[in-house]
Ligand binder design. Structure first.
Ligand code: 5RP
Length: 227
């Protein structure tokens, strides 16, 4: 099976956790899109009754096209279950997200969720985080100062650009600086350090936010539970 087929498999598997009456956080990215499509199919064909809370404009457009009823995160008390993709997951269930530039809304929705499931193909499982560049969402004003600070710290920053080579603007109107760290020895400490910087809106380290990871591998789908 190729990577796309694995993503589809895990997206369909995760949609089984969605039941009638739930408020469901709908993640962003190519894996989450398969889950959203399956939830949409169940809404249309099985009469599944749910309300979706999306994590990006891209996911809103997809969910709307599939007829999934939506509310914003501010219109609900809480989200029952959020299903999202991830860029890297370590053995202790810490993760990097934001490869699709939606980390801020993804983290907000995850924060107000009773449970979160990540869905990935096996290539995303790592011993230690850091090979995937860590996205940091920053306010445009003063972002060059932050960029230089990251350079001085040896974090090898790059600015996230669009396919056309323009500076990418997130759904929240911010910029993204990707940090090329190779290995993150202490994700909790780095998360605290980044959060404390003026101008940083959010970073892509998701610490203790997920209790279940569904992984698609060539030999089938595995569900991993946090210890
Ligand atoms: C978007 C994300 C995505 O969930 C993450 O990048 C995984 O994407 P994909 O499923 O396309 O590999 O965090 O901000």
């Amino acid at each position: 099976m190729n990577q796309n087929e694995l993503k589809k498999l895990v997206g369909i598997e995760a949609a089984k956790y969605v039941t009638d009456g739930m408020i469901v956080g709908l993640g962003t990215g190519s894996t989450a899109a398969f889950m959203v499509k399956e939830v949409g199919r169940r809404v249309q064909e099985e009469g599944l009754q749910i309300t979706g809370v999306t994590t990006s404009n891209e996911t809103s457009a997809l969910a709307e096209s599939l007829g999934i009823p939506l509310k914003s995160i501010d219109e609900v008390d809480y989200v029952d279950l959020t299903i999202d993709g991830a860029d890297e997951i370590s053995a202790d269930f810490q993760g990097i997200k934001g490869g699709g530039a939606a980390l801020l809304f993804e983290k907000i929705v995850a924060t107000y969720s009773k449970a979160c499931i990540w869905i990935v193909d096996e290539s995303k499982l790592v011993d230690k985080l850091g090979a995937f560049p860590l996205p940091v969402e920053v306010v445009p004003y003063g972002s060059e100062q932050l960029f230089r600070l990251f350079e001085k710290k040896g974090y090898q920053p790059t600015r996230r650009l669009t396919a056309e080579g323009e500076i990418l603007l997130t759904d929240g109107g911010h910029h993204i600086i990707d940090l090329h760290l190779d290995v993150i020895e202490n994700p909790v400490k780095l998360a605290e350090e980044l959060t404390a910087l003026v101008g940083v809106v959010e970073h892509g380290l998701f610490i203790h936010m997920v209790s279940k990871v569904i992984v698609a591998a060539s030999d089938g789908v595995k569900t991993l539970e946090a210890r």
